[in-house]
Design a protein around this ligand. Structure first.
Ligand code: G6P
Length: 584
């Protein structure tokens, strides 16, 4: 949700470096973009910005050693050049990720005093506050610190001042990582922006600020202004992990990464898993919270725990948890599942649950994420960087780890490992060009249909819900998932001649439901281990026992990907969506 990136160093091409880094952050927002360069000689902060995807941009920048940039996912104010970042107010140029919740009251005060605004954004109001404080005689650092006391909400900002070399950044709630490479320093919302240059990082925590100039890096506490020291960390990521390589899209690359990501997800020592199990066992109520696709993973995990360890799990979408808050106390195990570990709704649940004394367990793909760092116990899912907005390999990694955890909870870790490594090998065999081509051909038959329905029962019901999300987000076809047994309670009324219905699984009852659909004119796409006469098309999946939900999701992902391609859409960047949703 908005990518921000800054460079300072000896090279005069900071503008192009920022543009290049921002392109790696495009998954965070792709409505519009902008870069500000401190022009060599004049010291002017020259802003270049436009609407549209940054991946298509190739423009020259003035020479300069320092630049900040932004790729936007619009919140306050439509997609216009004026609303794109950076924003300039007086000597202040800034970019912002997050939401300034109380901006309207400040804006009213400035308007009453005759200030002029060039955009509809909350960000420009921050610029006015900082500029006003500078005019009151505060130093740049003091002006930023004081401005931050006035901002409610989650945010991170990067600020440049005309005539003051260096770049300032502050964080409360939205990620910022500092990359250090001898005499060059970077600040980014995510590591891939500077991965080509360095793997040495510092993580900025909430209520901290940093000043960078060339190789100089100084950290401060945002409240007290006191200098602090931070630990240098070497990240294990390699550049090729964050690149498309031979694949046309990140989505396809990430689907094929599942050849080994599932094995990586379950590669945890017993004692790490047992720590998580202890946390569950010491509670008398377990909540599994997540958003979007990860929420569907949790719904599948509810079945895993029920079937394998007999534990009752309460699955709640993170945004709905406030309505159940009265049940959260010191005996609650609050478990968050999040690819990014930065989703605002989850962070809020964790903050409030912690305040009520709950124990926090998380599964994330980013070990340094805010969610991971707040947790009492954290289990990394080890999927590697996931760039496509539509989650694929992180989803199956989350499911695999939760399935293993359910086995650990039942005292059957080894059995869980065996099941998942067999499943992982079967998926490895499955992912080949012939299989992909077969699924593409099935997708081609139905690509022009306006509606699609997906049914499944047991752990395949959440997979039907997830299949619908995948199809919607990348192909824009209206898709809905249902519990197979529920179709006769309403959805059957939607069935007309030729409607494609994907049927997940081949249990007897599910096949009966498929017959009910077919009798009313539906075309049946079976996704199962066994073929059935009733299927118009069949996509085979390996028989994976308790891990069937994981195996079944793979062809569904490939099907969605090809629907998008057949409709000439970019599956990596669906309209209106962003990968990491850091606003509520
Ligand atoms: C967005 C992404 C989804 C993801 C959801 C939750 O909607 O497009 O793929 O499932 O956010 O994100 P998280 O990072 O918390 O898993």
């Amino acid at each position: 949700m908005c990518g921000i990136f800054a460079v300072t160093g000896p090279e005069q091409d900071a503008g192009s470096q920022v543009l290049k880094g921002l392109k790696t952050l495009e998954y965070r927002g792709y409505d519009s973009w902008g870069v500000s360069v401190r022009e060599a000689g004049s010291n002017d902060l020259v802003v270049t910005k436009d609407i549209g995807k940054i991946s298509n941009v190739n423009v020259p920048f003035p020479k300069g050693k320092e630049a900040v940039g932004h790729t936007r996912w619009a919140t306050h104010g439509g997609v216009t050049v004026a609303n794109s970042h950076p924003h300039q107010v007086g000597d202040v140029t800034l970019v912002h990720n997050g939401i300034f919740e109380n901006y309207a009251e400040h804006k009213k005060r400035f308007l009453a005093a005759g200030s002029v605004f060039n955009s509809d954004t909350d960000t420009e109001v921050i610029g006015h506050i900082i500029s006003e404080l500078l005019n009151d005689g505060l130093s740049p650092a003091e002006a930023i610190r004081t401005a931050c006391t006035k901002i409610e909400g989650r945010f991170s900002i990067l600020v440049m001042f005309k005539d003051v070399p260096g770049i300032y950044a502050a964080r409360r709630g939205s990620p910022l990582i500092i990359g250090r490479d001898k005499d060059q320093t970077f600040i980014a919302s995510d590591i891939p922006a500077f991965l080509e240059k360095t793997r040495l990082v510092n993580y900025l925590d909430d209520d901290e600020m940093v000043f960078i100039e060339g190789g100089k890096v100084q950290f401060y506490d945002l409240d007290s202004g006191e200098e602090i020291t931070k630990r240098d960390i070497e990240v294990p990521w390699k550049l090729e992990h964050a690149e498309k390589g031979e694949y046309k899209h990140f989505m396809l690359k990430e689907i094929f990464d599942q050849k080994d990501s599932i094995a990586r997800a379950i590669n945890h020592e017993d004692d790490v898993l047992n720590k998580a199990v202890e946390l569950l066992k010491s509670s008398n109520g377990t909540y599994l919270v997540a958003c979007g696709t990860a929420h569907k993973v949790c719904l599948a995990a509810e079945y895993f725990f029920s079937q394998i360890s007999g534990r009752k799990i309460n699955v709640v979408a993170a945004s709905e948890v406030p309505y159940f808050e009265r049940f959260i106390n010191q005996r609650t195990a609050m478990v968050a599942v999040s690819q990014s570990g930065e989703t605002a709704d989850i962070l809020e649940v964790f903050e409030r649950a912690k305040a009520r004394g709950a124990k926090l367990l998380s599964l994330t793909n980013v070990e340094s994420s805010s969610v991971a760092r707040m947790s009492d116990v954290h289990l990394p899912i080890n999927a590697g960087p996931e760039k496509a907005v539509a989650s694929t390999k992180a989803t199956t990694a989350q499911m695999a780890l939760l399935l293993l955890l359910a086995h650990a909870d039942a005292g059957k870790i080894n059995q869980g490992r065996e099941l998942l490594s067999t499943t992982s090998s079967a998926i490895n065999d499955l992912l080949n060009p012939r299989y992909e081509e077969h699924i593409r051909a099935v997708a081609a038959k139905y690509v022009d249909r306006p509606n699609m329905f997906i049914i499944g029962r047991g752990p395949l019901y959440p997979i039907a819900l997830e299949a619908a999300i995948k199809i919607q987000e990348v192909s824009y076809i209206h898709a809905q998932g249902f519990a197979a047994g529920e179709i006769k309670h309403g959805p059957l009324a939607l069935i007309e001649e030729g409607v494609p219905c994907m049927v997940l699984g081949d249990e007897l009852e599910t096949i009966s439901n498929a017959i009910e659909l077919k009798t009313r004119g539906a075309k049946i796409i079976g996704v199962s281990s066994e073929n059935a006469d009733i299927f118009d098309d069949w996509i085979k999946v390996p028989d994976a026992g308790c891990a069937q939900a994981i195996a079944t999701l793979i062809p569904v992902q490939i099907f969605s990907y090809h629907l998008a391609l057949l409709r000439n859409l970019d599956p990596d960047m669906p309209r209106n969506l962003a990968k990491s949703v850091t606003v509520k």
